[in-house]
Design a binder for this molecule. Structure first.
Ligand code: SF4
Ligand code: SF4
Ligand code: FES
Length: 829
C-alpha cells in the first residue's frame, strides 16, 4: 500500500513518497515510454523519452520523484514532439538489417518507432565507420547501438563488474541548425549519442568480466548479443518455457527458449535462456549453462529392473541437493517404507545449522531474503565466497552499495578483487580460516544491544576491550606575536620614522598529545585494516537498515553450532536481517523435507553421486534419470520460495517416481507430490498446476509461494561458547570453492561454460613461487591426495589455493574433512 496519492492522466493512484513516477505508473498499469531506465538501477537520463508533465513542469518520469497530490500528464503537444524527434534520431543511420538481426521481433527500436508512429525522417548526420567487436562470449555491433547505456548500467548497478563504459565515437558535430530547430531534449540526447559508442573499461579489446550476459539481455536492440546465440534463430520462432534455474540456490526465474534442432531433426533444442531482467539478474551459469539435459535416453527395462533389485538390497541412498522437492518427498517416502538411511552431507550440515539457529531465534527459517538484502543499506557478509557461492547474493550486495549508497563489511579469508572492486564503501577483512566466530562476535560487539544480549556474551566481549594510550597529532591555531617595522609620524618631531610594532596572528601548528582510546582486540585477531574504526564510522553515516549474509564456511565449521547461535543473536539483538546461502540448488528444500543420516550403511544407491548402484541425470550411472531442465517440479530458493520449474527438453527414460511406483509408492507423475510437500515445515498443499509464475508490473515476485517461517519453541538458553583463540590452520591453505559460472558437474557438462578443471591459484601466488599455470601439482591434505593442473585465476588474490568441486573426476571433496578450508602440501609433479 502506498502512503501518498498522485494523479496520472486523471487516474488517482497510490504510491510511496519519493518513488520514481515511472515506477509508480508501471505499478498501476499506466504506460510511459522509457528506453534507458532499468528497474532496480539508477536513472541515467540517456534517452529522455520518458518526458511527462508534473504539476505543470516537464520532467523525466524515470528520475522525478512522487510527491503527495502531484498531478501528472503523460502527453502534451510539446512532449509528443519531443518523443517523435527522439525516435527519429534513434532511427538515423540505423542499418536496415532487421531481417537478420537477432533482436528482430522483440526489438524496442522497432516497437517504439511503431508506437510513436515514425513514418518519415527529418534529421541526418554523416555516419562514421563503426567496427563490430568480438568480446569473447559477447558480440558488439556499434552500428546497431542506440547508446541507451542499459548495458553499462546493468553491469555497474546490478552486477558490479563495471566492465563497460561509453567511449568516443569519432563522429563530427551535428548540423548547427538543428540546435535551433529541434525539440531541445531530442537535440541534447542526439548530441550526446552522436559522440559515443560502447567500449570496455579495461581499455583493451579483451573483455575481462564475470561473464554473466546481463548486458546482452538488457540491450533493447541487436547491438550486444551472446555469441553462442548470434544468427541461430529468430526470436519469434522459439517457445518460451518458464522455469527456475537449476544451478544454485538463488532459484532465478528463467525461460528456456526452445525450437526444433534443424530441418532434419525435429527434436527441441534450447537456443538461449532469458530472464525478466528488470526483476532478476542471472549469472553466467544460468544464462549460458543450459544444455545439461540427459540426452537420447530411452526406457532401458533391464537397467530399470536392476535398479529396483538394487533398491530392495540397499540400506542407504546417497544423493545430492540437485533434485526437486518432489523427488525429495519420494526419497523420504521410500525411507519411511524401507528404512533407508538418506545420506547427503552437504544438506545435513545446513539442516543442522538451521536447527541450531532456530534454538535461539525461535523461527524455523532465517528471517530475510535477497530482496530485503538488496534494499538495505549496510550489509555484512561472513563465511561465504559470495561471488561464486551465490552470484545473486553478490548482486544484492552490489546493488545496495551502488543504488542505495550503501556500505558493508566482507569477512572472508580468500581475498577477492571482484568483491573489493564493488565499492570503496565495502571493506574486506581477510581473516584467517577458523576465525568466523570472531567475526560474528565482532558484529555483536559493534552492533549488538548490550542491554539485551546475554550477560555472558557482554562480559566476553568486554574482555577484548582495553584502553591504550596513543599519540595523536592534531593541528591547532596558535596566537603568534610578530614584531613588524612600520613607518610612523613622530608626534613630537613631526617626522616620519621607522618603529617596531607588535602584531598578533593565528597560525596553524601541529601538536602531539597522548590520549586514551579503546583498544578492541577482536580487530587485531581478525587482522582488520588499521583504519577499520574510522572507516566504519564513515560507512555508518545515514545507515538504517542492516543485513547479514552467511554461508557454507559456517555450516561446515567445527564450531558450527556456536556460529549458528551467534547468527541468531545477531538477528535478535543486533538488528540484522539474516540470509543464509543454501549450499546447492535445493539444499533448503532437502533440509526441510528429508530426515538425513550421518553415516552410510553397507549397500547404497547413489542419486547423482556415486553408489553401489548409481542413478544419474548426468548419463554416467547404472540407470539414467532426467536432469532438472527435463523435469516438472519445484525448487526451494534462498528467498524461501517454492518455485515451479518446467521441462524444456523431452526425456524418454525412467524417473525416480517409476522406481517408487515399482516399490509401492504410487503416483502417476512426480508432480503429484507437489501438494504432498510437508506443511509442518512451511510448505503449502498446492497442486503443481495451480502454482503461479510471474512478476507483477510493480516488480512483485508471484512465483510459486513463500515458505511459512514457523515459530518454534525455544528454551531460555541463549548461551554461546567463548572464542577459542588457539583454533587455527597453519601452512599452505586450500579452500573448496568453484570459479564463477561453475557449480556442479551439470554446469561442467554444458558447452558454453569453459572454465578449466584444476587447482586455482592467484597471479600473486604464482609469481611468488616456482609454479606456473599449466604445471601439474600434487596436493596432500590430512584427508586425501590429488594431482591436477594449475589454473591461473585473476579473480582471486593472496595465497589461498582454490579447489573447485564442479569436476567430479578431480574428487577435490576428498581433500576436506568437512570444513571448506584445510592445510595441505603442494608439490610440482
Ligand atoms: S549495446 Fe545495447 S544496451 Fe548497450 S548502449 Fe548499445 S543499445 Fe544500449
Ligand atoms: S557479461 Fe556481465 S559482467 Fe560482463 S560486461 Fe556484461 S554485464 Fe558486465
Ligand atoms: S527512461 Fe527516463 S530518460 Fe530514459
Amino acid at each position: 500500500m502506498g502512503n501518498i496519492t498522485i494523479n496520472i492522466d486523471g487516474k488517482e493512484i497510490e504510491t510511496q513518497e519519493g518513488e520514481f513516477l515511472l515506477n509508480a505508473a508501471r505499478a498501476n498499469d499506466i504506460f510511459i515510454p522509457a528506453i534507458c531506465y532499468l528497474t532496480r538501477c539508477s536513472p541515467t537520463l540517456a534517452c529522455r523519452i520518458c518526458l511527462v508533465e508534473a504539476d505543470g513542469k516537464q520532467v523525466y518520469a524515470c528520475n522525478a520523484k512522487a510527491k503527495d497530490g502531484m498531478n501528472i500528464t503523460t502527453t502534451t503537444e510539446t512532449i509528443e514532439k519531443e518523443k517523435r524527434a527522439i525516435m527519429e534520431v534513434y532511427d538515423v543511420n540505423h542499418p536496415l538489417q532487421c531481417g537478420v538481426c537477432d533482436q528482430s521481433g522483440e526489438c524496442e527500436l522497432q516497437n517504439y518507432t511503431l508506437e510513436i508512429g515514425v513514418d518519415s525522417q527529418s534529421y541526418a548526420v554523416a555516419d562514421v565507420a563503426r567496427e563490430s567487436k568480438d568480446w569473447g562470449h559477447l558480440h558488439y555491433d556499434p552500428g546497431l547501438c542506440i547508446v541507451c547505456e542499459r548495458c553499462v548500467t546493468a553491469c555497474k548497478d546490478m552486477i558490479g563488474d563495471n566492465s563497460l563504459k561509453t567511449v568516443a565515437r569519432g563522429a563530427g558535430p551535428l548540423d548547427a541548425e538543428y540546435k535551433a530547430e529541434m525539440p531541445k531534449d531530442a537535440y541534447a540526447m542526439w548530441n550526446k549519442l552522436n559522440k559515443s559508442v560502447i567500449g570496455l573499461t579495461s581499455g583493451e579489446d579483451m573483455l575481462d568480466c564475470t561473464s554473466c550476459g546481463e548486458c546482452s539481455a538488457v540491450c533493447p536492440v541487436g547491438a550486444l548479443v551472446d555469441t553462442q546465440y548470434m544468427y541461430k534463430t529468430n526470436a519469434w520462432e522459439t517457445k518460451q518455457i518458464p522455469a527456475t534455474c537449476g544451478h544454485c540456490s538463488a532459484g532465478c526465474q528463467i525461460t528456456y527458449d526452445v525450437k526444433h534442432t534443424s530441418i532434419e531433426n525435429p527434436e527441441d533444442k534450447i537456443y538461449r535462456v532469458m530472464n525478466e531482467w528488470n526483476y532478476v539478474s542471472l549469472c553466467g551459469a544460468g544464462r549460458y549453462g543450459f544444455d545439461y539435459q540427459n540426452k537420447d535416453v530411452t526406457k532401458d527395462e533391464e537397467a530399470f529392473n536392476k535398479a529396483v533389485e538394487a533398491f530392495k538390497k540397499a540400506d542407504t541412498i546417497n544423493f545430492t541437493s540437485t533434485i526437486t522437492n518432489e523427488e525429495a518427498v519420494i526419497l523420504e517416502r521410500l525411507k519411511d517404507k524401507y528404512g533407508y538411511k538418506l545420506v547427503n552431507n552437504e544438506a545435513k550440515s545446513f539442516q543442522t545449522f538451521l536447527k541450531d539457529y532456530s534454538e535461539v531465534s525461535g523461527t524455523s527459517l532465517y528471517g530475510s531474503d535477497l530482496k530485503e538484502t538488496m534494499n538495505s543499506n549496510f550489509i555484512v557478509s561472513v563465511g561465504t565466497a559470495i561471488k561464486s557461492d551465490n552470484p545473486n547474493a553478490r548482486y544484492a550486495l552490489n546493488n545496495s552499495l551502488t543504488v542505495n549508497k550503501g556500505a558493508g563489511l566482507y569477512f572472508h579469508p580468500l581475498a577477492d578483487p571482484v568483491v573489493d572492486g564493488l565499492s570503496k564503501n565495502l571493506m574486506s577483512i581477510n581473516h584467517k580460516p577458523l576465525q568466523e566466530e570472531i567475526a560474528l562476535y565482532l558484529v555483536l560487539d559493534l552492533f549488538g544491544d548490550k542491554t539485551k544480549l546475554p550477560s555472558d556474551v557482554v562480559s566476553h566481549l568486554a574482555s577484548f576491550h582495553s584502553t591504550k594510550t596513543v599519540t595523536v597529532t592534531e593541528t591547532i591555531k596558535e596566537k603568534v606575536i610578530e614584531i613588524v617595522k612600520e613607518m610612523k609620524v613622530n608626534k613630537e618631531t613631526g617626522e616620519e620614522e621607522e618603529v617596531e610594532v607588535e602584531k598578533s596572528k593565528m597560525v596553524p601548528k601541529k601538536v602531539s598529545k597522548e590520549v586514551e582510546v579503546d583498544d578492541n582486540r577482536l580487530l587485531e585477531l581478525l587482522d582488520a585494516p588499521k583504519n577499520f574504526t574510522e572507516a566504519l564510522a564513515k560507512f555508518l553515516k545515514k545507515k538504517d537498515s542492516f543485513s547479514l549474509v552467511v554461508g557454507a564456511d559456517l555450516y561446515t565449521h567445527p564450531n558450527s553450532k556456536n556460529l549458528a547461535r551467534l547468527v541468531a543473536l545477531c538477528e535478535k539483538y543486533a538488528n540484522f536481517k539474516v540470509v543464509m546461502i543454501p549450499t546447492l540448488t535445493n539444499t533448503l528444500g532437502v533440509s526441510l523435507i528429508n530426515e538425513l543420516s550421518s553415516d552410510a550403511g553397507s549397500y547404497s544407491i547413489g542419486y547423482n553421486t556415486a553408489g553401489d548402484f548409481t542413478l544419474s541425470a548426468l548419463g554416467d550411472g547404472d540407470l539414467d534419470m532426467p536432469a532438472i531442465n527435463q523435469q516438472e517440479g519445484t525448487l526451494t530458493s534462498i528467498n524461501k520460495r517454492v518455485n515451479p520449474t518446467n521441462a524444456a527438453i523431452g526425456y524418454g527414460g525412467y524417473e525416480l517416481s517409476d522406481i517408487a511406483n515399482a516399490l509401492g509408492i504410487k503416483s502417476e507423475n512426480t508432480i503429484d507430490f507437489t501438494k504432498e510437500l510437508p506443511v509442518s515445515k512451511g510448505f503449502k498443499s498446492v497442486n503443481f498446476d495451480d502454482l503461479p509464475d510471474y512478476y507483477t508490473n510493480a516488480g512483485e515476485e508471484v512465483r510459486g509461494y513463500e515458505l511459512e517461517n514457523i515459530a518454534v519453541s525455544v528454551s531460555d538458553d541463549e548461551s554461546v561458547t567463548v572464542i577459542d583463540e588457539s583454533l587455527s590452520l597453519e601452512g599452505e591453505i586450500i579452500y573448496s570453492v568453484n570459479p564463477v559460472r561453475q557449480f556442479s558437474e551439470f554446469t561442467d557438462k554444458t558447452t558454453n561454460l569453459d572454465e578449466e578443471s584444476g587447482i586455482y591459484m592467484s597471479e600473486e601466488y604464482l609469481s611468488s613461487s616456482e609454479l606456473n599455470a599449466g604445471d601439474s601439482v600434487t596436493i596432500k591434505s590430512e584427508s586425501g591426495t590429488l594431482t591436477a593442473k594449475i589454473v591461473s585465476d585473476n579473480k582471486i588474490t593472496g595465497k589461498i589455493v582454490c579447489l573447485p568441486t564442479f569436476d567430479s573426476k578431480l574428487n577435490s571433496e576428498a581433500m576436506f574433512s568437512a570444513y571448506r578450508f584445510a592445510t595441505a602440501s603442494i608439490e610440482k609433479v
